[in-house]
Ligand binder design. Structure first.
Ligand code: APR
Length: 291
């Protein structure tokens, strides 16, 4: 409790606070992280097979199908108490900026206003040719496919679900049985065509090898350089340039507080390390701040 109290004391004196989040804050909502052993999303898929511009050029239906599967999975989960606490924090400190590496919409659904998405969003698809924004469409499965690069731990069938749409005998490896009409993990879905130019619509996420959205990154770096406290939650702090954000804050004299059940390279930077889950530590932090 004393570390929570220490963190609350630091926050209570802060004028400008940044909350910087990674996949870990959504883990307790049932959204897999990227690098946690066994559960990490990339453990199951070869990122090169699904999250690069080349992969989309090579097989747009496979890549669009996988991201539609991830998006429709999100429609079935809810923000957890960690997201709720971040939203509540906005009412307890003078100014709060949420910067997230996540492409889900759980911060928004918990009530955080205009979080900065450094890696884009599953809910902001755009034309791959003219970049015109498109609205997320309900997926229509065109044909069962097999996600190449699925980890050896999963037979291609269990990664792709059976033709019936009811998922394979082992069900989706993430434990959810795909419902009819919802894109099954690894199924090919022909991406919609852009209304303006007819180009293929692509996911609005930042792929490996792509630049981060300039305005979001610039705003995030400025907020990090001006804040008194940066609360980093649920990130391994390994993927740059996003991972630079907590380091910018520290360089400009901010106190860094970390929430992560595991040690990360950010441990050395943090003045307080709360080695707990987001859904445990953040509500406790908000409660301590309110008492
Ligand atoms: N609460 C808090 N942290 C958690 C929890 C939890 N319940 N569960 C796991 N974590 C921590 C893990 O210990 C790990 O340090 O969340 C972190 C997740 O790390 P990654 O899987 O690497 O995710 P992230 O840091 O967001 O990855 C950054 O990499 O692949 C790219 O674009 C992708 O945005 C992602 C970026």
């Amino acid at each position: 409790m004393d570390r929570i109290r220490d963190a609350a004391t630091i926050l209570s004196q802060a004028k400008r606070v940044v909350v910087f989040t990674g996949a870990g804050i959504s883990a307790e909502s049932g959204v897999p992280t990227f690098r946690d052993a066994l559960t990490g999303l990339w453990e199951r898929f070869d990122a090169q097979a699904l999250a690069t511009p080349q992969a989309f050029a090579d097989d747009p239906a496979l890549v669009w199908g996988w991201y539609e599967w991830r998006r429709t999975q999100l429609l079935r989960v809810r923000p957890n108490p960690g997201h709720d606490a971040v939203a509540a924090l906005a009412g307890l400190v003078p100014t709060l900026t949420v910067i997230t590496q996540n492409v889900d919409d759980l911060h928004e659904r918990a009530g955080s206003v205009d979080p900065l998405h450094l890696h884009g969003s599953l809910f902001a698809p755009r034309c791959s040719v003219c970049a015109a924004p498109a609205s997320p469409v309900s997926p229509t499965v065109t044909s069962p496919g097999t996600a190449p690069g699925a980890s050896p731990g999963l037979s291609p069938e269990s990664a792709s679900g059976s033709g019936s749409g009811s998922g394979s005998a082992s069900g989706s490896p993430l434990g959810s049985t795909p419902t009819a009409g919802v894109a099954d993990e690894g199924r090919r879905i022909t991406p919609p065509a852009c209304e303006r130019c007819g180009g293929a619509i692509r996911p609005g996420v930042v792929w490996f090898g792509e630049a981060l959205p300039e305005d979001a990154l610039e705003t995030a770096v400025l907020a990090a350089s001006e804040c008194d406290v940066l609360l980093t939650v649920g990130t391994s702090g390994l993927v740059y340039p996003a991972a630079e954000i907590p380091r910018v804050a520290a360089r400009f004299g901010a106190a860094v507080i970390q929430v992560n059940p595991q040690a990360t390279p950010l441990d050395a930077l943090a003045v307080v390390n709360l080695h707990q889950s987001a859904a445990q530590a953040l509500p406790a932090l908000v409660e301590a701040l309110q008492s």
